[in-house]
Design a binder for this molecule. Structure first.
Ligand code: MTE
Length: 324
């Protein structure tokens, strides 16, 4: 086993390199069963990765809370935030990512930053972790399906990365492209979305200080099901704008087509700002249920414009019914 300590105070190894205690203690039983032929090799691997998940062994990430950019809301329980997920590369049920994402290998990992930039870059995870001081930011996350969570994320403003690659005058939008590897992601075999999962922001939205390049949550590195090892979080937009497990960030001239926009253009616009006045054809956006707090019997809480974030100046003069 390899143990390193990075300058950011992150204790390695990563989850996939650790033998969970339960597995370690039960190894003899596993081996006996293997020898008896009652567990196939593949099934054993699957059991090991599920155990690693159950143990919650994500390494700690040291980060100082940024109170100015943090919501006062009570954070959602860690178990809820890690067991009620949307990550279609691992299945479409809310419980699928926690069950299936053990096959994702978040290390080694690189993100290439390319397109309309003067200084394209390819960064590995250690370089990403060192790029700027890590902050903890408690953000509300509102899903278009009508539920919300409050999560203490760890990362830094995406603008820190943007300024290093020096976008050219032609860069108007930023595309985020997630990993799409059939070997690691069983859901990619299904045609539920057009892979790779692609999202996008206008350059000024990407440069807004709230837009977080996210490497952790709850003081730890990201669990696989929440988009390990790196994702974005854009708190004033519906959750699907926050692409997970990103491998490419591309600066482009024209508004990019996104996975959800391609799959249902009348339902998912490019902007997708949280807006209680503009309903999705299948779900009202006027109110929401906070996971773990609001039951199906209690009254839903009102959804706030831009999810309660002060970003209206980004959209001055725009008709947000048209540009939904
Ligand atoms: N990113 C990828 N690559 N694949 C996905 O299916 N789902 C999105 C978004 N990012 C998704 C994704 C949706 S619909 C939501 S609501 C959020 O991730 C959920 O993030 P969470 O599971 O960490 O709460």
């Amino acid at each position: 086993m390899l143990i390193k300590r990075s300058p950011n105070g992150i204790d390695l190894p990563f989850p996939s390199e650790i033998t969970p205690r339960a597995v370690f203690e039960n190894r003899r039983a596993f081996i006996r069963q293997m020898a008896a032929g009652s567990i196939a090799g593949g099934a054993l691997l699957e059991m090991l990765s599920r155990e690693a998940f159950a143990q919650g062994v994500n390494p700690k990430l040291a980060a100082k809370r940024n109170p100015a950019l943090s919501a006062q809301d009570k954070p959602t329980a860690y178990h809820d935030a890690t067991h009620y997920n949307n990550f279609y590369e691992f299945g479409t049920d809310k419980s699928d990512p926690a069950e299936n994402a053990g096959t994702l290998r978040p290390r080694p990992w690189t993100v290439s930053i390319e397109g309309e930039v003067r200084k394209p870059l390819t960064l590995d995870l250690d370089a990403l972790l060192k790029l700027a001081p890590l902050e903890e930011r408690v953000y509300r996350l509102r899903c278009v399906e009508g539920w919300s969570m409050v999560i203490p994320w760890v990362g830094y403003s995406l603008s820190e990365l943007i300024k290093r690659v020096e976008p050219t005058g032609s860069a108007k939008y930023v595309e985020f492209i997630s990993l799409a590897d059939r070997k690691q992601m069983p859901g990619v075999a299904s045609r539920v979305l057009d892979w790779p999962y692609t999202e996008g922001l206008r350059l000024d939205e990407a440069n807004h200080p709230l837009t977080l390049l996210t490497l952790g949550m709850y003081g730890e590195t990201l669990p696989n099901q929440n988009g390990a090892p790196v994702r974005v979080v854009v708190p004033w937009k519906y959750g699907f704008k926050s692409a997970k497990s990103i491998v490419k960030i591309r600066f482009v001239r024209d508004m990019p087509r996104t996975s959800w926009n391609r799959s249902a253009p009348s339902e998912y616009g490019f902007y997708s700002n949280v807006n209680p006045a503009v309903d999705h054809p299948r779900w009202s956006q006027a109110s929401e249920r906070r996971i773990g707090e609001d039951s199906f019997l209690s009254r839903k809480r009102k959804t706030l414009m831009f999810n309660g974030y002060d970003v209206a100046s980004l959209y001055t003069g725009m008709d947000l019914k048209k540009h939904f």
